[in-house]
Each structure stands twice: as structure tokens, then as C-alpha cells.
Design a protein around this ligand. Structure first.
Ligand SMILES: [Zn+2]
Length: 684
């Protein structure tokens, strides 16, 4: 595959002025300056071009004014007749770029021998850049652009997510010579944002901003970005981006009130990789939404302080779902940095007013990208009765202290996505083959269904142990969620909705029992696929979802016979048939269809839960059952408690079979091809 070719030349084609290095600045100064960009005097411009990476803007005629962050010239603002062209050269994303542009925008994308080309016109353009030249403007004085500039900034500041000041602050503090370009285009067929970022994970992206599809006034405040293209720079898109640092340990204390309020103290150990870091970015929710009648009501998660190991309070900016922190001095690669976060807010949300809250799959404590997470976990949770706390990990102690129910847990292996939950639960505990299985039901004790669920879980674990090796955890918490139709699998936990709590569950001849068993088998498989073997990014989600789904299929076949597997295969094929043309499997989360959340989720599901298992089944048929199962077991053994990737999976396939499987993966995984249906033979 070609790496990003055109990217090396960050050339501005007219009126060059290379910015002198800005004086050393602090995070608050940088954020302040880039939050309040200033526009200077306008001049007439004609035939000016601005280019970065695989993106070019042509300003045919109009007015332009310099833009400053504090005293530093960082770019320009233009009003007039302009056109843009963006080229995606990454063959993996090409189909989804074409699909999203067609289904989700009023733009046109064209397949050319340079790649997929997207074009639009614009009336206004903000172009800011650091680490690369910004144009000097000369021309006849023109009417002021101050009003247009203010309106434009007000509009684009509504984009959901982090402000541009975060990116520019990270650039200035971490790698001031690395190019960073940000462009906002307004007044064409779509509102667009372009970003070239060589600071974080070198890549460039073209984003479309669309109005909220929700009717809720809180969500309508935002414009929602959709990535039409996101391509790596100087890197094969099939290889996960290297981490900047690793989050290696999380140690937290959560003190919950009996209402919505909580205090959260989190100690994190962060180890820089490759280059020193002076500032870092972590995902952290700042606004939560509780349902209040038919509307959403915002709740706050606030950081009171970030303190380093020597007790120094560090500067930070927590906005747009992330926190940026400036360290007191640069941290060297390999040298652990310990940070303490003091957090508070009314972010304990009880869905529908129920008697539980969950801090689960969101960024409820500071977390970096998936590729930067592999942390040991230690939690102390204090909750007023009658609520009972649960948390990822092995139970260290349960106690009552100061009239609160206290739970302490620990995970000694590196994980992602640790979760905490508390509520009015009754728990049934049994030990089966060395694994403690606890089933906790919401509000109402139901001995018979708890026993039945324990039985199904023990059965699934025993089955997987045979195929995949020891179960990754000593304890499994199965917790009822007062809802319908889904399961979730944080480390050592299985959240399952209430239809599972059916006293007749053990009777597998019943359709409803089978569907619960399937959900169970899928979610328990995640303790191997997705938790023990971690995924380094959403592009690798099939390693969790498709693999879990495939093992759920094997379990059902083992317990109920080949006919059940055949019917699963038909379900997978049907799901895939709605999805396979839209995108390759790794681009499942990139699929966008305007105003059609159902279709989007159908395609995502079709790729991850339909086509993915079919690709695995095709591998099995080509390799033979025994070898296929042997390779998957070997992959679990070699990648337990570390990052998996499709690349390393293909490498293991090759070393075990002596055959190069990349052509297969390029066709069926990184490409749009569907594997043949093949014979109806099913796995052993
Ligand atoms: Zn899943």
C-alpha cells in the first residue's frame, strides 16, 4: 500500500512568510489566544492558493485578512469566491469515502487515478497553521471582515468536541515544529473542517458538520462532525497508529452520595513512548445527559485539580469531552508520570429514575486513545445503602464503613474500559471450576433465574476454556440492567438486560432461552476477545465483535447441534448483505447515512456481526477445523493481556500455515469482497 505521498510538501503557493518560533508559552496562555483569534485589516485578494497535505483551497477573488493568536500571525480569513479539492489516497477508506459522500452529504466524490477526489466551493475560509508557513497578504485595502469573522467563529465553535485551541496548544507544547493546519469552510454545499495533524497521530481529515438529528434542544446546540475522510500520513492504514504514551495504572476512589453527586479521586500512571511530552490529552466527559421527562437535562463532571507526584497543581483545560494537561516539566520516554485528578459533579445518572447508576463505557475518568490504554486497575467505591457497589476486578474486600457500603477491587493485568455500577441489587454467588460467578438482579430477588443464569455462564466458560485457554478472570459479575435487548462486557463484568432473568432460562429448547444464551455466549467471549486481547482502535473492532460472535456461534452449535449453526450462518449472510457494499469491515464505525440512524447501525452491525463471522468461517473452511481452532487458541496465548491487530493475526496465520494470508485479508477484510458461501459444513 502507498503511504501518504503528497503530504511531505506543505507548500503555500503564494505570498509566503515563515513564522518565527513563538516565545515559550503556557497552556492557559495558548488556549486563551487560540480561543480568541483576532482578525486584522482586510485587503483585496485574487488567485491565491493554500495547500496542505492532500488538500488545496483556491481563492479566486475576494477579501482576506490576517488572523492572529495573541501577537502571532497564524493564518488568514477569506470572504469571496473560493473552491477546494481534497484527495483521499488511502485505498482502505476509499469505499466508505464514496459511500458517505453519496449518502451523507450534498457533495460529489470522484474516483480518479490519484484517489477519491472531493470538491466544493466556499464563500468564507478560515485557515490557521503552525509549524508551516502562513501567507503574507498584500493588496488594496478592503472593507472590514470583522463581522463575518465573528459569525464564522461563533458557528464553527458549535462543533461538538474539543476546541481547536487544544490541538494548537498540544502542538506548541509538544512539537512546535510539527505542521498543524486547520481550515473551516463555510457557504459552499456543506460546512467543512479540514485538519492536518502531524503532532498526535499523524493524519489528515475532512469533516462535515451537520445539524443535530435529535429534537432535543440540548443536543441541537451542537453541530455534529462526521469524518468523510481520515487518512494516515506516512503510515499504512492497516497498521494501528503507534501510541504517544501508555496509561499503565489507574487507582481510584469513588465516593457516591445517595443522590446524583459524586467525588472521584483518580491516580494515573502515564509512560511516554518515543518522544518526551510536556502536555497530554485525555478523553474525559464534561457534560452528561439525564433524561428528564421527554427532555435531556445536562449534568456536569468537573475537574477541581490535577496534581503531580511532587504536589504541584498543574494547568489544564477540560472542555469538549477532553482534558489537556500541561506537565511541570517535560516527561522523558520510559519515565512514568503520576497524576492525581480530583473530580466532582452530579454525574451519577439513574436511567429512567431507576435505582441504579453506571459508570461504564464512556470516558468517566481520564482515558487516552484505545491504543494508549493498558492499565492495572484498583478501585474503592463507597455508596450509601441500600445501594450495593460493583466494579471491574477481583474483590479485595466488601465492608460497611461510615454507614456506606464499600467495595475494593483490583485487576493486576492491563485492561481498558473498567466499569463501576451501584444499585439496589440482590446477589447470588457460586464457584464453578475455579471461577466465582455472581448474579445480581435488580430490585427483586429471583432465586430460580439466578441459578439458571449461573448455570449458563458456567457452561459457556467451560466451553471456551476448552477452545481458548483459561478464563481471563477469577470472578465474573453478571448484573441485570433494567432495560431490554442488549448486553455489555466490561472487564470481569457482564451487564445483561432483564429478559435474561427468566426462570425458565435453562430450557434451551425455547427460542427466548436460546437468544439469551447467544447474548451470554457473545458477551462472555469478550473477556477473551476485546478484553484479554485488547483492540488498539475502532478500526480493529472486529477482533472483539466478530470474534465474540463467531465463538457464540460455536457454543450454540456445540450445545444445540449443526442446524442452529446453519441458521446463524443465514442470519450472518442476511445481515452482511445489507452492509457489505458500503464499507470494508475496519471502516464499520465510519459509515454515515444522513438522518438515518437505523440504517447506519444496520450497516455497522452487518459488517461486524454478519460479514466478520463469515470471514472467520471462510478462514476455517480454507484451513480446516483443527488448524483454525489451533491458530485462534495460539493467538489468545500469544496476545493475552496485550494489543491484538489484524496484521499480527495475519502474521500468526502465516507462521502456523506457511501460507501468506494477506491477499485473503486484503480482499475480504480490508476490501469489499464477500467470501463465498461454501458448503454447509460447520465447525466442530
Ligand atoms: Zn459485543
Amino acid at each position: 500500500m502507498r503511504p501518504g505521498r503528497a503530504v511531505a510538501s506543505l507548500v503555500l503557493l503564494a505570498g509566503l512568510e515563515v513564522r518565527s518560533a513563538a516565545a515559550a508559552s503556557t497552556l492557559p496562555e495558548l488556549v486563551e489566544r487560540f480561543d480568541h483569534l483576532q482578525v486584522g485589516d482586510a485587503v483585496e485578494v485574487r488567485d491565491l492558493s493554500l495547500a496542505a497535505g492532500r488538500f488545496i483551497c483556491r481563492l479566486a477573488s475576494g477579501r482576506a485578512a490576517p488572523v492572529r493568536a495573541g501577537d502571532e500571525a497564524v493564518g488568514l480569513f477569506f470572504e469571496g469566491d473560493g473552491t477546494m479539492e481534497y484527495v483521499s489516497t488511502d485505498p482502505v477508506e476509499a469505499p466508505v469515502v464514496l459511500f458517505d459522500v453519496r449518502k451523507g452529504s450534498s457533495l460529489k466524490a470522484e474516483k480518479t487515478d490519484r484517489g477519491v477526489v472531493i470538491r466544493d466551493g466556499f464563500r468564507r475560509l478560515l485557515w490557521i497553521a503552525r509549524g508551516t508557513a502562513v501567507p503574507r497578504l498584500d493588496g488594496k485595502p478592503a472593507a472590514s471582515l470583522a463581522d463575518d469573522f465573528r459569525k464564522q467563529r461563533a458557528k464553527f465553535s458549535r462543533a461538538h468536541g474539543a476546541p481547536l485551541s487544544h490541538d494548537f496548544a498540544l502542538q506548541a507544547l509538544n512539537s512546535p515544529s510539527a505542521p498543524l493546519v486547520w481550515a473551516e469552510l463555510d457557504g459552499g454545499r456543506e460546512d467543512l473542517v479540514y485538519e492536518l495533524d502531524r503532532v498526535d497521530h499523524p493524519s489528515e481529515a475532512l469533516l462535515l458538520l451537520h445539524p443535530s438529528e435529535s429534537r432535543d434542544p440540548e443536543l441541537r446546540k451542537f453541530l455534529w462532525p462526521v469524518a468523510l475522510s481520515h487518512q494516515p500520513i506516512d503510515r499504512d492504514a492497516r497498521v494501528p497508529a503507534p501510541p504517544r504514551f501508555l496509561l499503565t495504572a489507574v487507582d481510584l476512589v469513588l465516593d457516591a452520595s445517595d443522590g446524583n453527586d459524586a467525588r472521584l479521586g483518580v491516580e494515573e500512571t502515564i509512560v511516554p513512548e518515543g518522544a518526551p511530552i510536556r502536555a497530554l490529552r485525555l478523553d474525559l466527559t464534561d457534560i452528561w445527559y439525564a433524561t428528564l421527562g421527554s427532555n435531556l437535562s445536562p449534568r456536569a463532571e468537573k475537574v477541581a485539580a490535577v496534581i503531580d507526584e511532587r504536589g504541584r497543581r498543574l494547568a489544564f483545560d477540560h472542555r469538549g469531552e477532553e482534558i489537556v494537561i500541561e506537565l511541570a516539566e517535560p516527561a522523558a520516554p520510559g519515565a512514568p508520570v503520576r497524576l492525581r485528578f480530583e473530580i466532582e459533579g452530579d454525574f451519577l445518572i439513574r436511567p429512567g429514575g431507576d435505582n441504579y447508576w453506571e459508570l461504564g463505557v464512556s470516558s468517566w475518568f481520564p482515558q487516552p486513545y484505545l491504543s494508549e490504554q493498558g492499565y492495572t486497575f484498583h478501585a474503592v467505591v463507597r455508596v450509601p445503602p441500600p445501594f450495593v457497589p460493583f466494579a471491574s476486578g477481583k474483590t479485595v474486600r466488601r465492608a460497611v464503613e461510615d454507614r456506606k457500603n464499600v467495595l475494593e477491587t483490583r485487576v493486576d493485568h492491563p485492561i481498558q474500559a473498567a466499569a463501576i455500577l451501584a444499585g439496589k441489587y440482590e446477589t447470588h454467588e457460586e464457584s464453578r471450576d475455579g471461577v466465582t460467578i455472581r448474579v445480581s438482579t435488580y430490585a427483586l430477588e429471583n432465586e430460580r433465574s439466578m441459578k439458571a443464569l449461573t448455570g449458563v455462564a458456567a457452561d459457556v466458560i467451560a466451553f471456551y476454556r476448552g477452545f481458548l485457554g483459561p478464563f481471563p478472570f477469577d470472578e465474573l459479575e453478571i448484573i441485570e440492567i433494567n432495560d431490554f435487548g442488549f448486553g455489555q462486557a466490561p472487564p470481569g463484568i457482564l451487564f445483561i438486560t432483564q429478559e435474561a432473568f427468566d426462570p425458565l432460562l435453562g430450557d434451551m429448547s425455547r427460542i427466548s432461552s436460546r437468544s439469551v444464551a447467544r447474548t451470554f455466549a457473545h458477551e462472555i467471549a469478550h473477556q477473551y476477545w476485546g478484553i484479554s486481547v485488547r483492540i488498539p482502535g475502532y478500526a480493529e473492532q472486529w477482533l472483539a465483535e466478530s470474534f465474540a460472535e463467531y465463538y457464540a456461534g460455536m457454543f450454540l452449535k456445540g450445545r444445540l447441534g449443526p442446524a442452529v449453526y446453519d441458521s446463524l450462518m443465514s442470519q450472518w449472510r442476511r445481515a452482511a448483505s445489507f452492509a457489505a457494499d458500503a464499507a470494508p469491515i475496519p471502516m464499520a464505525t465510519r459509515v454515515y447515512v444522513e438522518n438515518d440512524a437505523v440504517r447506519r447501525s444496520e450497516i455497522r452491525r452487518g459488517l461486524l456481526y454478519g460479514k466478520g463471522p463469515l470471514v472467520l468461517d471462510a478462514l476455517r473452511r480454507q484451513m480446516g477445523d483443527e488448524r483454525f481452532l489451533d491458530v485462534l487458541r495460539a493467538y489468545q496465548a500469544s496476545h493475552a493481556w496485550s494489543f491484538g491487530s489484524t496484521m499480527s493475526f495475519a502474521e500468526l496465520l502465516q507462521s502456523r500455515t506457511g501460507r501468506d494470508w494477506m491477499p485473503f485479508m486484503n480482499r475480504f477484510y480490508w476490501g469489499l469482497e464477500m467470501p463465498e458461501s461454501g458448503s454447509r459444513s460447520s465447525p466442530p
